[in-house]
Write a protein that binds this ligand. Structure first.
Ligand code: DHB
Length: 512
């Protein structure tokens, strides 16, 4: 009976008498703490199945209680993704305090595991963080050591299929993350942790979704989709956003990319589909085999020129100002105070690295005065590495990008999401729905964002999207009166969670 109920709850309703008779043992389906027959109980109970874990982080021993595989919607289409792992410091079950927090006041750190807009299962405490290397402590363990409750969340992604339909296309991932936030608010009184202090964390696609959670925390645009997904009725607001290298603002990411990298005609990238096909026994060999390099064709250079030329009008339409109120603009060549602002942000990163003891004397595009870094040549910086993507970087004319795949629908795997690429489509591709495009872009909702605290990082060597994208996000938030901690850390490529001490200093500062 249990197995039949499970099958029904997963949407596998076409059970014939024959298949009922031979239902195999489901061995790889996790046991959900909140599964009750064919229903998922939305009310949290501390009596759900849990285990107690002891671990060590930075030489410090910690103990926590793990509720794993809590499904956060009543009727999941893909329960392994629409679920969270809840980690709670053990001290909070014993009346204890950590870092000044207790069971009632502890903020909830909510990392999402999304990368590449792909389906993501909730990360476990012992997974390596995205972009983390070697034996670095991951964000989940660091958060627990500092007394945060951790809700590690998964979400549907662009490649998920069920019964011949795609079930994870936009806006599924943000709908799922919002449903997870609702679940935390819904259970605020029943769970340790303070749902009014949810801090979302994500990297790359996950960083964009983290920003979107914070921006659209009060928008009604997602209500129907949330109802359909079986989300509980509760607030969707979060307290703070941490976003590493957000792959956001996809409508303008192509022109921003060419504004920054026009003239850099050599590209080099790792083809993720090839990488995934390789054995990971020898990761560096796998990376080598999956690396694609080359030079832009004349046609691609022409596209780059055309896209670059459209960026200043967009940038100027935003009426950006820096913290002192100075306007940040670009002339028709793409030069001007906005470019200077970005160059200054890269420069600050270099100065901070030098102050920390990094020897930068052989970096040709840095300028020096009295042994101090005093300036940065933007052209030199941009040309110091190859570009990663060919133009258009995101909305590919042949519908081949991950983002084209994100904007498919139930039956059409890939679509366009910019009028430029749709008009230049080599495959007569279709355009995604305007409302869905809007619902994936944090820029659509910044003016009405209820989220006060923002931390945005994009490494100086990141070439997955233009540095303009995160800078625009940070500037617009600052102009909307938010508290924004924005920086371009020196020498850092595409990744996140590389500065956990600083990250949790920031979370402590905003929550205490
Ligand atoms: C990611 C990276 C990309 O270059 C991109 O276009 C989308 C997502 C990522 O790492 O999540």
């Amino acid at each position: 009976m249990k197995k039949l109920s499970l099958a029904l709850s997963l949407g596998l309703v076409a059970l014939s008498a024959r298949s009922l008779a031979v239902t195999p043992e489901v061995t790889d389906t996790p046991v959900y703490g909140n599964q009750r027959g064919d229903l998922f109980e939305m009310k949290f109970s501390p009596d759900f199945q849990y285990r107690t874990v002891e671990a060590e982080v930075n030489g410090q021993k910690i103990a926590f209680v793990a509720y794993e595989n809590l499904v956060y919607v009543k009727k999941p289409l893909a329960s392994a993704y629409q679920s969270m792992k809840l980690y709670i410091p053990k001290a909070y079950f014993e009346g204890g305090e950590i870092n000044g927090f207790n069971a009632k006041t502890a903020p909830i750190f909510m990392p999402n595991a999304v990368g590449g807009y792909l389906p993501a299962k909730p990360a476990a405490y012992d997974d390596k963080g995205f972009g983390a290397q070697g034996d670095k402590p991951n964000a989940i363990l660091s958060a627990l050591a500092k007394g945060y409750v951790v809700a590690s969340v998964g979400a549907r992604g662009r490649t998920l299929q069920q019964d011949g339909q795609y079930i994870g296309k936009a806006p599924a991932a943000i709908v799922d993350l919002k449903a997870a936030v609702r679940y935390l608010h819904f259970n605020d009184k029943l769970m340790p942790g303070d749902a009014n202090k949810i801090i979302s964390n994500g990297t790359s696609a996950g960083g964009a979704l983290s920003a979107l959670l914070g921006a659209a925390g009060k928008s009604a645009d997602y209500a129907d989709a949330l109802r359909e997904a079986g989300a509980v009725e509760a607030s969707e607001q979060i307290f703070a956003v941490s976003a590493y290298c957000p792959i956001a603002n996809l409508e303008h990411a192509d022109s921003a990319y060419e504004w920054e990298f026009n003239g850099v005609n050599q590209y080099q990238r790792v083809d993720m589909s090839k990488l995934n096909a390789q054995s990971y026994n020898d990761r560096s060999k796998a990376m080598q085999m999956a690396t694609v390099k080359g030079n832009l064709s004349a046609a691609e250079i022409a596209v780059s020129d055309e896209l670059k030329a459209t960026f200043p009008a967009y940038l100027n339409s935003l009426n950006l100002r820096d913290a002192q109120g100075n306007p940040l603009t670009l002339d028709s060549n793409g030069d001007g105070s906005f470019k200077d602002y970005l160059a200054a942000a890269v420069l600050r990163g270099a100065q901070k690295a030098q102050a920390a003891g990094v020897d930068l004397r052989n970096v040709a595009y840095l300028q020096w005065q009295d042994n101090q870094i005093s300036g940065l040549n933007w052209q030199g910086y941009v040309h110091s590495a190859k570009r990663m993507k060919s133009p258009p970087a995101f909305d590919a004319l042949d519908l081949s990008s991950g983002e084209n795949n994100l904007f498919g629908d139930g039956t059409l795997n890939n679509r366009h999401f910019t009028s430029f690429s749709q008009q230049h489509s080599s495959l007569d591709g279709q355009m995604a729905d305007a409302k869905v495009i809007k619902m994936m872009n944090p820029m659509s909702y910044l003016a009405q964002s209820p989220t006060r605290y923002w931390r945005i990082r994009a490494g100086s060597m990141d070439r997955d999207t233009s540095h303009a994208i995160s800078a625009i996000l940070a500037l617009k938030l600052g102009m909307a009166g938010k508290s924004v901690d924005y920086a371009i850390p020196w020498g850092v490529g595409h990744g996140g969670d590389y500065d956990l001490d600083e990250l949790f200093q920031w979370t402590d500062a905003i929550t205490k």
